[in-house]
Write a protein that binds this ligand. Structure first.
Ligand SMILES: C[S@@+](CC[C@H](N)C(=O)[O-])C[C@H]1O[C@@H](n2cnc3c(N)ncnc32)[C@H](O)[C@@H]1O
Length: 387
């Protein structure tokens, strides 16, 4: 595995998703088209979803003395544009309580985690955790060593694509994202482009990539059926598409994760927010990915599931290490995971979010809580007759 990318400089090639005849993915039967809520917090009614405790539940509880980070680094800015010294529209990031998010100048795609250094460092820790989960491998599909083109959709910090390009030096690897946060010093067979994966049709030729990798896009895809159908169209006949997603719902098998606790609420708020936001968060729990693979027409669809521990509570050495990195990844940017969803989608105030984070952080660190989340990898092959 390569080390995390060093200094990041935002100059990948940029495609304009607004040119050409593209539209956001049409909803499948029964799905409503998305109505982006960014910048328009829904207010207090945001908490009136079954199972979600109101913000006052947390602010009414005393904080422990060592919970001194309840307001952490949440800034004072409201949703604002940080264009002061930057002219390029892809760099015209939005700011929410001091954290930057992708620019809405290039696409109206909605995405909910920040794109700053703190967030990309969390991304790299999670990548390391996922590599441990995969026993050091970067994929599960039975790839031919002679593949010539691969695509990493929503590449984030680009760390997976970097490792993959190192492993397959004869394969042209393309990483796409809506934020230009990838490194510029990359292997000659790796390129990054700005591209919104929810714009249909995708801008790549049909039957083009031997392998398409999709990881951790929960909460960003309005319609998984249309999305995976695009991957199917752009895969070569006989090529593989692979998805890895984690559930936002935390569980325990021994009752140590109690209903109504901060970690229980974490999942409930994400699920509720996904409904409001019209981008499902629990794609694992809802089985959306495997359904989309089968609907698209993939064959040899294979599903692999893993209970990913959160924290170093497991006795097993490997699981303990995975759990420690999972926790480190969450704690590295707990605010980034929560801020947009809790404040912009659910309508909580900055102070309410900060207090909830303090309660959540305390429980996450408690070794007596044996929490895990379900992780699922789905991969399938485009039939040779599928051109
Ligand atoms: C949680 S990160 C995962 C990054 C990477 N896939 C990984 O696993 O290391 C999700 C990434 O998806 C990107 N993203 C969200 N919506 C997107 C869209 N509509 N098109 C392309 N990328 C998107 C975000 O900007 C973010 O970098």
């Amino acid at each position: 595995m390569s080390s995390p990318p060093g200094k990041k400089s935002p100059s990948p090639e940029t495609k304009s998703p607004t040119s050409g005849k593209k539209s956001h993915s049409p909803p499948s039967a029964g799905q409503k088209s998305p109505s982006p809520p960014a910048g328009s917090p829904p207010g207090a009614e945001g908490t009136a979803i079954e199972g979600i405790l109101p913000a006052s539940h947390w602010t009414d509880q005393p904080l422990h003395q060592d919970d001194d980070d309840h307001d952490s680094s949440l800034g004072d800015d409201d949703v604002a544009s940080s264009t002061a010294s930057l002219t390029s529209s892809i760099m015209a990031y939005r700011t929410v309580h001091g954290r930057t998010f992708h620019s809405d100048r290039i696409t109206d795609a909605q995405y909910w985690t920040p794109n700053d250094d703190q967030a990309t460092e969390a991304n790299d820790i999670i990548h390391h955790m996922l590599t441990l989960v995969h026993d050091g491998k970067l994929y599960k599909a039975p790839l031919d060593e002679n593949i010539s083109r691969a695509l990493d959709v929503g590449t984030g910090s680009g760390i997976w694509a970097l490792d993959f390009a190192d492993e397959f030096p004869n394969c042209q690897v393309l990483g796409t994202d809506i934020s230009p946060i990838q490194p510029t010093w990359v292997p000659p067979n790796l390129k990054f482009e700005i591209d919104d994966a929810t714009l249909i049709p995708w801008s790549f030729p049909p039957n083009h990539f031997d392998y398409i990798h999709i990881r951790y896009l929960f909460g960003s895809i309005p319609d998984w059926n249309s999305f995976i159908a695009q991957a199917f169209a752009c895969a070569t006949p006989g090529g593989w598409v692979e998805s890895c997603e984690a559930s936002c719902v935390l569980r325990s098998d021994d009752g140590t994760l109690v209903e109504g606790s901060p970690m229980d609420q974490w999942g409930k708020v994400f699920v509720g927010a996904g409904k409001k936001f019209q981008r499902p968060f629990d794609v694992v729990g809802d089985g959306l990915v495997e359904v989309a693979f089968r609907e698209a027409g993939f064959e040899e669809v294979t599903v692999w599931e893993f209970k990913c521990p959160i924290g170093g509570w497991p006795r097993d050495k490997k699981l303990k290490e995975i759990g420690e990195f999972a926790l480190a990844g969450i704690l590295q940017d707990i605010e980034g995971w929560i801020l947009f969803v809790w404040s912009q989608v659910m309508g909580w105030s900055k102070e309410q979010v900060g207090v909830y984070i303090a309660h959540l952080r305390r429980q996450l660190r408690d070794p007596n809580v044996h929490a895990y989340c379900l992780m699922r990898v789905v991969y399938g092959r485009k039939p040779l007759s599928g051109a």
